[in-house]
Structures are given as structure tokens and as C-alpha cells.
Design a protein around this ligand. Structure first.
Ligand code: M6R
Length: 364
């Protein structure tokens, strides 16, 4: 059932264009975002004063990305929290909050407990869930499905990509209802969303180059991922992907935090992956790349086509096609997923079933 692929993870990465299309298309109607299942009137949307996104692992990382998108595009404050923290902190919730629980399986114990806690307090909840009929899908007040189909590999790829799309759509919808999107801007955003599947496809075609690059790092001890803003959120996911399937110690840092401790870990040849897709932060991240490079790091940059300026601070550059700055995660994550995959394969790890991990964490 691997459809001719060596691993489910590779199969599922190759399904990402379709997954993105399937999650997007039913919700784009004549150049407008229509999320019927949301069942909220414009009035109700305008009443939302804060969004709380609660999730675990990669789903939490989509929430981190979404926090930047919602705040900038829809001007709604967002608090993102890992479910295992949220549920035990006696969170202060308000009737004007919307709590979004993101979960591929819909069965993650902590996420489900967080959802129940919100419901007990009468706070409105929205599940972004992949498995139809799962506990979170059944219990949330509203559910928006990601149409990724069954995901077998423990390391999530296509469901993660679909979650991002669901969150982008919500953000456009909320921003539009609040009157924050000019007609032209909305049209451009929707057009950029529609282009994502083909652009992802293109990035997947580059797999041989990434494979070659990855084989140089199968013996790495530590890898660091750095970025700012949405690029920081992408770094979090890039790092998790690598550590969970290759067993290489990796960490993601907000690039501006390097100087506050982490930079002492850089040694001759340490791989630092810099994600640099946010134009207004280019110069800031380039300075951080220069700092680690001058201390011996080998710098891999993932950046937008045309941003050749990074070449002065990077040893290897992967370019991703142009899209709205809100959506770059959907593209930049593809080479990072491929990188993790090929490091794992190169090391001979059990890619689809990494040690100590379960696909769905149904116990605390
Ligand atoms: O099923 P869920 O989306 O609730 O799962 C959340 C995490 O357990 C999951 O994303 C995990 O971090 C993945 N193994 C990451 O690839």
C-alpha cells in the first residue's frame, strides 16, 4: 500500500500537493473563502476578541505559524499553547475567545482534555482535524476537516500541510469579515493559495539534490534551525522532523535568541539551517547567519527565489518559489521534510516507525 514508494513518509510527502488542493478547493468559491462548516455569522466572527490555539507537536507548530498570520492579517490576538501545558494551568478563558484545537488524529489525549476543559467553561471551540469522526471532531462545537486522507508515517507531513491551509483560510475569512482586506489583496492571497500545490510539486522534484546534501549529514551530532517570525515557526517543525526520525539532536531557535546562549554550541562544521523567507527580516537573519558562519558553522539557507543576497552568508542555498509572505511555511517546509527523510534513510533508521514514538498519543 505504499504505492511503489519505499516508505509511507515519502508517499505522503508526494501526496502533499493533492492534500493542499483537497483542503483548499472546496472552500474557495468564486474567489471568495467559504467555510460552511464554521457556521458563524459575520457578527459572531467580529465578536471574537482572542484566538487560543491548543495542540501538540507538529500541530502546535502550525498554530505558531497561524499566530503570526492571524495577528498580522486579521489583527486578532492569538495565544498558542501546547495542550499538556494549557490543560493544567487553569487557563483564564473569556466568552469572546475562540479556542482552536488542531489535531491530525483527533485522539491526542492532551488536546482532547484541553478541548473538554474549554467546553466545560462554555468557551466556543473549533477543531481542525484530519480523522473524520474522531473524538475531537465529535466533541468540538465546530469542525473543519483537513482532507489529507489516512496518514501512516509517524512523522506528519501531508496532514501538517493541510492544517496550515485550514488556518490560512480561517485567517483570510476573519480578516475579510473585519473589513481588513482590500478586494485586490484578497484576490492575490487566494491566487497565491491556489498556486501552492504546483509549487509544492516543483519542490518535491528537487529531491535528488536534497538527498545528496542530506547524505553529508548522517553523522551529524547536533543541528540547529534558526529563523524569525514565521521562519521561526518553520524552524520548529524542521527541527522536530529531523530529530524524530533521524535521532540527531536538533533544536530550533528564534534567530535573535542566539546571542543569549545558544551560539556557544556552534563548533567547526555544525550544521545551521537558516529559514529566511520574510523580507522585512532578511537583514536581521543574514546578520545571524554571518555570526554563526564566522564561528565555523556550515550554513544551509532556505529562502525565496531571487534573494541571492543570502549567498554571501550561506554555504548552501535552497530556493522556494514566490508566494505571499503569509504562506511561505507551506513551501519552505518541503525541503526540510525531504532533508529529514533522507538523513533518516541514510542512517538506516526506521523512517515510518521511529523508536519510542506512536502515531497517535492517546495517553498522557
Ligand atoms: O494527531 P495529532 O495531530 O494531535 O498529533 C500531535 C503530535 O503528536 C504529532 O504532530 C507529532 O508531533 C508528530 N509525530 C510529528 O511529526
Amino acid at each position: 500500500e505504499k504505492g511503489g514508494y519505499e516508505h509511507f513518509m515519502l508517499k505522503e510527502m508526494n501526496e502533499e500537493p493533492k492534500t493542499v488542493r483537497d483542503t483548499l478547493n472546496p472552500r474557495i468559491v468564486e474567489n471568495d473563502v467559504v467555510i460552511e462548516e464554521l457556521g458563524m455569522s459575520d457578527e459572531e466572527i467580529r465578536e471574537i476578541k482572542q484566538i487560543r490555539i491548543v495542540a501538540c507537536g507538529s500541530a502546535y507548530h502550525t498554530g505558531v505559524t497561524a499566530s503570526y498570520v492571524f495577528e498580522e492579517m486579521a489583527r486578532i490576538p492569538v495565544a498558542v499553547e501546547v495542550a499538556s501545558e494549557f490543560r493544567y494551568r487553569n487557563p483564564i478563558l473569556n466568552p469572546t475567545d475562540l479556542v482552536i484545537i488542531v489535531s491530525q488524529s483527533g485522539e491526542t489525549a492532551d488536546s482532547l482534555a484541553a478541548l473538554r476543559l474549554c467546553k466545560e467553561q462554555g468557551i466556543q471551540t473549533l477543531g481542525i482535524v484530519n480523522v473524520v469522526g474522531s473524538s475531537i471532531a465529535r466533541e468540538a462545537d465546530r469542525v473543519m476537516y483537513t482532507w489529507a486522507g489516512p496518514e501512516i508515517s509517524v512523522a506528519t507531513t501531508k496532514a501538517y500541510s493541510a492544517q496550515l491551509i485550514a488556518l490560512y483560510l480561517l485567517s483570510i475569512k476573519f480578516a475579510d469579515v473585519k473589513g481588513l482586506l482590500a478586494k485586490e489583496e484578497k484576490k492575490e492571497l487566494i491566487n497565491d493559495l491556489k498556486k501552492l500545490p504546483d509549487q509544492i510539486e516543483l519542490l518535491l522534484h528537487n529531491k535528488e539534490n536534497i538527498q545528496k546534501f542530506a547524505t553529508r549529514y548522517i553523522a551529524a551530532k547536533d543541528v540547529f534551525f534558526i529563523g524569525r517570525g514565521i521562519d521561526y515557526a518553520i524552524s520548529l517543525e524542521g527541527s522536530l522532523k529531523l530529530k524524530e526520525i533521524s535521532y540527531i539532536h536538533s533544536e530550533a531557535y528564534a534567530a535573535g535568541e542566539l546571542k543569549h546562549g545558544t551560539i556557544s554550541l556552534i563548533e567547526e562544521g555544525t550544521l545551521v539551517a537558516a529559514v529566511i523567507t520574510q523580507q522585512h527580516l532578511y537583514q536581521k537573519t543574514i546578520s545571524n547567519m554571518v555570526e554563526v558562519k564566522s564561528r565555523g558553522a556550515f550554513v544551509l539557507a532556505v529562502t525565496n527565489e531571487g534573494n541571492t543576497e543570502v549567498e554571501k552568508a550561506a554555504d548552501y542555498v535552497i530556493y522556494v518559489p514566490e508566494t505571499s509572505h503569509y504562506f511561505t511555511n507551506s513551501l519552505a517546509i518541503i525541503p526540510l521534510q525531504l532533508f529529514s527523510y533522507y538523513v533518516s534513510v541514510g542512517k538506516g533508521c526506521d523512517v515510518d516507525k521511529p523508536r519510542n514514538l506512536a502515531k497517535s498519543v492517546t495517553v498522557e
